[in-house]
Design a protein around this ligand. Structure first.
Ligand code: TMP
Length: 202
């Protein structure tokens, strides 16, 4: 069975990962490399429940249920989208995947390693994971500016915990992308971080 390549874009909000996910997709298309992008949470039934939770607040939904919804959403995404595209030999670009669950739900008190292990029972392990981050002072600035939002203080503490979990991921497929730079320079860093996965020169 031919297998495509799975590349994942991760990091806290505001690091530009979605933009760079799109830019890499455009470059691959330009080079004639078949690719497809997916984002999590998805637009499926679990993804919609999650979006409501994110915008309207918890309303009695427990952290356990939240974690379960993210896992259900991903199981559906793996079966309906990710596996078929990989089996088709495509490059699959993901805007968030299970490293987000390990970091965000890990910051709610679950063990990030356990979350990762649970996910790897059903979700293909990525060939490359690009973890976007800003320098600490920039990240704090951004996190501080989210003070206006509801439960601001909690949110700030929470995002700092999320960021610390992201920072501590290690493995041969992990690359960190410092995103405090021009769009072109960051794009170049992204290309450098994945080009060994392709036979074609990018
Ligand atoms: P987005 O802003 O990238 O669309 O993601 C929506 C939010 O969902 C973001 O704040 C991160 C959060 N999230 C989790 O908490 N766990 C997960 O597993 C995923 C995929 C996203």
């Amino acid at each position: 069975m031919s297998r495509g390549i799975l590349i994942v874009f991760e990091g806290i909000d505001g690091t530009g990962k979605s933009t760079h996910c799109r830019m890499l997709g455009e470059l691959l298309t330009e080079k004639g490399i078949a690719n497809i992008s997916f984002a999590e949470p998805t637009k499926g039934k679990w993804g919609q429940k999650i979006r409501r939770l994110l915008s309207e607040g918890r309303n009695g939904v427990s952290a356990e249920e939240e974690l379960e919804w993210f896992l259900n959403d991903r199981k559906e995404d793996v079966e309906l989208n990710i596996k078929p595209a990989l089996e088709d030999g495509k490059v699959v670009l993901m805007d968030r995947y299970y490293f987000s669950t390990a970091a965000y739900q890990g910051a709610l008190g679950f063990d990030p390693h356990e979350i990762k292990r649970e996910n790897e029972k059903f979700a293909p392990v990525p060939d490359r994971v690009l973890i976007f981050h800003n320098p600490p002072e920039k990240s704090l600035e951004r996190i501080e500016s989210s003070r206006e939002e509801k439960s601001s203080f909690e949110k700030r503490e929470y995002l700092i915990d999320v960021q610390n979990i992201f920072k501590n991921f290690s493995g041969s497929n992990i690359r960190f992308i410092l995103s405090d730079d021009t769009l072109e320079n960051v794009h170049e860093k992204v290309v450098r971080a994945v080009k060994d996965l392709f036979e074609l020169k990018l």
